[in-house]
Design a protein around this ligand. Structure first.
Ligand code: DAH
Length: 341
């Protein structure tokens, strides 16, 4: 039995030395020291040993157990530190390696123009406001001096939801909504940018959904000079220092007088080129002095205050700024197109 104990101990110690994993050590612990383990098995045979030899044998067995136990603990500690070394080695970060290029998106040209316009007008003291896209006939037409039988309704083929509710055809209803709830009452200096809807066929310059920039200023003593000055400042910030604004007589029910608003071509400075189709001018949209009926609908006295307003297409402004020839590019979500901006 003495021999057996010694052999068992040597065998266990050698096996422990050869084990390279924590799981392997756990197996050995069970195999040698566990309840059904080898050492326990030997000790069970103690009964057959003469009584006077038992203490010495017992001591030997204890020594063997302690030795195996100690070796297991040492080996576990050693394994742990080599495993840690290996992991630290593998996870080491080499700061001198070149970085990985992550593909990034770019801001859509329409969003860029929108943000630029907002910045230009907030710098001039304007507030940016919002209005609903599902609008009532009253705000979209009636309050803007376009009664039910008015021919101007024909120029804005509308998506009606029922006879009184429609998808707004213009951002001008926001003028009325703003005036109604403006506090303090003066001055009114707002812009709004948002989607509008018309029953138009889609082509290079039209779509059934597009965006407008609407502006409204109301105060005592506002003149058409203020209109021109304000829009000139916007055009110069957006298209370049040298550009000029031209107002051509026009008609809108909600302004009097009304104007088509042109900006001198930023490419040829009015000489005529491909971008402005030879005319030297680029059309931005409508503007004018707010009609007295519209001021009244907004709760203002046209005898006391006056105002100007404008409504430009954001798509058109974006196309002019970047020389884009087809509106549909803006909605195609083609990364090759969008990456250029
Ligand atoms: N609402 C007009 C349209 O969609 C554009 C417009 C013209 C807006 C003149 C205005 C304005 O505020 O004064 O065709």
């Amino acid at each position: 039995m003495r021999e057996e104990l010694k052999r068992l101990k040597d065998e266990a110690l050698a096996a422990i030395e050869e084990t390279a994993t924590a799981a392997g050590l756990q197996d050995l612990r069970v195999r040698y020291l566990g309840k059904k383990g080898a050492l326990t098995g030997i000790l069970r045979g103690m009964g057959t040993v003469p009584a006077d030899e038992r203490p010495a044998l017992g001591q030997l067995a204890n020594e063997a157990r302690d030795a195996i136990e100690a070796r297991l603990t040492d080996r576990a500690a050693a394994l742990e530190s080599t495993e840690l070394d290996a992991r630290l080695g593998a996870e080491k970060v080499d700061l001198t390696l070149p970085g990985t290029w992550l593909p990034r998106g770019s801001e859509h040209p329409m969003s860029q123009v929108t943000e630029e316009v907002k910045a230009i007008f907030t710098n001039m003291g304007f507030q940016v406001v919002d209005g609903p896209e599902v609008e009532t006939d009253y705000y979209n037409f009636e309050a803007l001096n376009i009664p039910k039988d008015h021919p101007a309704r024909d120029t804005q083929d509308s998506f009606f939801i029922n006879p009184e509710i429609l998808l707004r055809t213009q951002t001008s209803p926001v003028q009325i909504r703003t005036m109604e709830k403006m506090t303090p009452r003066l001055p009114v200096r707002i812009i709004t940018i948002g989607r509008v809807y018309r029953r138009d066929e889609s082509d290079p310059t039209h779509g059934s959904v597009f965006h407008q920039l609407e502006g409204l200023v109301v105060d005592r003593g506002i003149t058409m000079g203020d209109l021109k000055g304000t829009l000139t400042l916007m055009a110069r910030s957006l298209f370049g220092e040298g550009v000029r604004i031209r107002l051509r007589p026009s008609y809108f029910p909600f302004t009097e007088p009304s104007a088509e608003t042109d900006v001198s071509c930023p490419v040829c400075d009015g000489a005529g080129c491909r971008v402005c189709k030879g005319s030297g001018w680029i059309e931005l949209g409508g503007s004018g002095m707010v009609h007295p009926r519209v001021l009244t609908a907004g709760g203002y006295d046209p005898e006391v205050v006056s105002g100007f307003a404008w409504g430009f297409g954001i798509e058109r402004m974006t196309m002019r700024k970047y020389g884009i020839e087809d509106l549909r590019h803006l909605y195609s979500n083609d990364v090759r197109f969008l990456r250029q901006f």
